[in-house]
Design a protein around this ligand. Structure first.
Ligand code: FAD
Length: 395
């Protein structure tokens, strides 16, 4: 059910309140419904209004070396995603724009080429022989990317994929709307909650009751949890501004993502190519675009000359949540077992949000099956936050 602000929830009781309808909150609500949980999903603005409503949608794996829990979690998530997307698309008839198109990354010198060969030495062990990570000598197609940028070859992997962020969110919204167990309230913020009393106060002055609450409010999540964790908010997590753009160019939708030095070029099909992104710790206005995206567009055009004259259709800016530990943050709050925090995939969220949602639901059902890396847990993020507090003298 999608409800407007006028729909009253006053005094109602929910199994679960989810705060924030970005890609994490929307997947969590979708999965809560599948598990029969009576769920209220609230967003201060609307579903997809935050970082998740952007343009890029790169799903890029960590390097297949120095394997650890974080890499295993992401690998399993990326492998599961096509099945999850197929199910969502079947249920809703909506296209999420998913394509396991692979990725090409130019190599500029022999030293780098040697390093890259080393990074991929154990790919068959970690990726189970199902995906390639190899050095190729030629660009995928003429000028995709510019051969001048790949003087020492390119890294080509076949695990990388892309998704249309807005297509995915529309599909999740459609699935939520068809599920009687879920109520989506847009334009209504969580003002405060009391985990002992299991009460939440919303910005429309209504009080609702819950068994569990999931905090997936993007950058705002840090404000909610910092006081209980007794840490300064900025030490726990920061907003990182990013800008991206959509260009009109008829590039084969099956061509790989091109990635070089922080610049992505992604063919989304239907005559659209996304480029970006910037990473800005300091900014005057989070939501306006400026010369930094123009510079990224220029670099993208040099990287892929096939888009050198492509008109810009849209420029977009938003704030990514980045926790102190940089990794996703998914855990139960230490003193309130009915409060679950889920945020901060930083640049990999679209590839792991569905699995973070599984973890949240398993916590709620008291049956955690998914192996959650220690680096995703509150203790690890808190330790890094405390170090940051000391270094920056933030306390
Ligand atoms: C330019 C750019 C490019 C990116 N490219 C990629 C990429 O290629 N691949 C990738 O995986 N990731 C990428 N990311 C990162 C990714 O977009 C984010 O990590 C992800 O969208 C975060 O999702 P979220 O659900 O945690 O937060 P958000 O999408 O920010 O959602 C949080 C929601 O909470 C709501 N909210 C806030 N406070 C409250 C409150 N008090 N009550 C109720 N609601 C509240 C907000 O309105 C918002 O809708 C990119 C980000 C940017 C900025």
């Amino acid at each position: 059910m999608v409800n407007s602000q006028s729909q009253s929830t006053q005094g109602q009781t929910y199994d679960l309140i989810i705060v924030g309808a970005g890609v994490i909150g929307a997947w969590t609500a979708y999965k809560a419904g599948k598990n029969g949980l009576k769920t209220l999903l609230v967003d201060a603005q609307k579903l997809g209004a935050g970082a998740s409503g952007g343009l890029l949608g790169a799903l890029m794996p960590h390097m297949p070396e120095r394997w650890d829990g974080k890499k295993q979690f992401q690998f399993e998530a990326l492998e599961d995603l096509p099945r999850e997307i197929a199910q969502l698309e079947n249920e809703t008839g909506q296209d999420c724009g998913y394509n396991q198109c692979g990725r090409l990354a130019p190599i500029m010198n022999e030293t780098k080429r040697g390093q890259m060969q080393g990074h991929g030495a154990n790919v068959d062990e970690f990726w189970h022989g199902r995906y390639q990570w190899q050095i190729v000598d030629q660009p995928f197609e003429k000028d995709w990317p510019n051969a001048d940028k790949a003087t020492c070859g390119l890294v080509y992997d076949t695990l990388s994929a892309r998704i249309n962020p807005r297509g995915l969110l529309n599909a999740l919204k459609a699935a939520i709307a068809h599920d009687d167990k879920i109520t989506l309230l847009e334009g209504v913020a969580l003002e405060s909650y009391d985990a002992f009393k299991k009460q939440a106060i919303l910005s429309n002055h209504e009080k609702v009751l819950f068994s569990h609450i999931v905090l997936s409010a993007g950058v705002q999540t840090f404000d909610f949890i910092a006081p209980e964790l007794k840490v300064v908010t900025q030490a726990l997590g920061k907003p990182i501004k990013g800008q991206a753009a959509m260009l009109a160019a008829d590039i084969d939708p099956n061509w790989p993502i091109v990635f070089d030095n922080g610049v992505y070029v992604i063919s989304h099909g239907s005559g659209k190519v996304a480029v970006g992104s910037t990473s800005e710790l300091e900014f005057a206005d989070p939501f306006t675009t400026d010369e930094k995206i123009d510079d990224a567009i220029l670099r993208a055009r040099q990287l892929c000359p096939l888009i050198k004259d492509a008109p810009v259709i849209e420029k977009w800016a938003g704030l990514r949540p980045r926790a102190a530990g940089r990794d996703p943050l998914i855990d139960i709050m230490p003193e309130h077992r009915n409060v679950i925090v889920s945020t901060s995939g930083f640049k990999i969220t679209f590839g792991v949000a569905h699995k973070m949602a599984d973890v949240a639901i398993e916590h709620i059902l008291g049956d955690l099956k998914t192996v959650v890396p220690d680096s995703f847990k509150i203790a690890a993020h808190l330790a890094k936050a405390r170090r940051a507090e000391k270094q920056d003298n933030l306390s």
